[in-house]
Design a binder for this molecule. Structure first.
Ligand code: NAD
Length: 289
């Protein structure tokens, strides 16, 4: 199976490398020209999409995905499976789905969870919407790059699943950081707090797996001076996408809305480029209002 891969950043490059290592014939493209990859990378997008059975995109946002699809849709052979793994708004996902349909392409929105480590280790979770035939045809590729792929339904449902999941993540990370911040002020040892809550009803991924307190729990970005990981601005992006979608369908999401305000505050006040668990030191500096 011949594969084209567009967007070789923090996530795209290791994902594409895993496909290459698994024996797929792969060629990549990125606007940056200095990409160092084990597989071949071309400066011409036409070369990357021509005569391929599968095209992946892993780009920053809906704007870039729409730009790229406008460039490539007419160059792909009918029946090509187009897989967008970027996290983008549901509206842009529908736009590219419809555009590709005009050229008889099969489309999947297939955002991921698991971060850069998951991309490197091939342990991502894929949430997938779009043409079920496309999903069935290329399932083995998802199995190379991830530990789990869930077909969620019609076009846009992968993106819907992703923003709902990340709304849980943003809200729960804030909750965990609030609890540590209160525990500090109450004179409770962080290690003891972890031992209790990670084994009690307060347990969740943000605490048990990705503990925001340095030196406590399994190794996480907090142990590496909050280097991302998953950057605060990407969390903010996902929370805003969730709010945009909630607005469109009139869904009541008060904590999701509040979480996006908290991350906006964090990004503006020293959190840009830090891991999203940086909420903990950020809260430590704040006075009660
Ligand atoms: P990144 O910025 O590291 O990579 C994006 C790449 O796309 C860059 O190399 C950029 O040069 C390239 N690019 C931009 N416009 C382009 C164009 N028109 N044509 C070709 N290449 C272009 O971002 P990332 O961290 O790899 O994230 C990619 C997507 O995955 C985002 O939507 C992000 O929200 C999502 N995501 C990221 C993480 C994470 O932990 N980093 C986790 C889950 C999902």
């Amino acid at each position: 199976m011949k594969v084209g891969f567009i967007g070789l950043g923090n996530m795209g490059l290791p994902m594409a490398e895993n496909l290459y290592k698994a024996g797929y014939e792969i060629i990549g493209f990125d606007l940056k020209t200095e990409i160092k990859a084990k597989f071949s990378v071309s400066n011409e997008i036409e070369q990357v999409v021509k005569d391929k059975q599968v095209i992946f995109t892993m780009l920053p946002s809906g704007r870039e995905v729409m730009d790229v699809y406008r460039q490539i849709a007419s160059l792909c052979a009918p029946g090509t499976v187009m897989v967008d793994c970027s996290t983008i708004d549901v509206k842009s996902a529908h736009f590219v789905g419809n555009l590709a349909k005009d050229f008889q392409l099969l489309t999947l929105d297939a955002p991921v969870s698991g971060g850069v480590i998951g991309a490197e280790q091939g342990t991502l979770t894929f949430m997938i919407g779009g043409d079920q035939k496309g999903f069935d045809d290329i399932k083995p590729l998802f199995e190379v790059m991830g530990k789990k792929s869930v077909y969620c339904g019609h076009s846009g449902s992968g993106q819907a699943a992703k923003i709902c999941n990340n709304m849980i993540l943003g809200v729960s990370m804030i909750g965990v950081c609030e609890a540590f911040s209160l525990a500090d002020k109450l004179g409770l040892d962080r290690q003891k707090m972890f031992e209790v809550s990670s084994n009690s009803s307060g347990q969740c991924w943000s605490l048990n797996t990705y503990c925001p307190a340095p030196g406590v729990g399994p190794k996480s970005p907090s142990d590496n001076k909050y280097e991302p990981g998953f950057a605060t601005e990407l969390m903010l992006k996902d929370l805003l996408l969730a709010q945009e979608a909630a607005e469109q369908v009139s869904a009541h999401t008060p904590l999701g809305k509040h979480a996006s305000n908290v991350y906006q505050d964090l990004v503006k006040n020293g959190g840009l480029g830090k891991d999203f668990s940086y909420i903990l030191p950020f809260f430590k500096e704040k006075k009660r209002v």
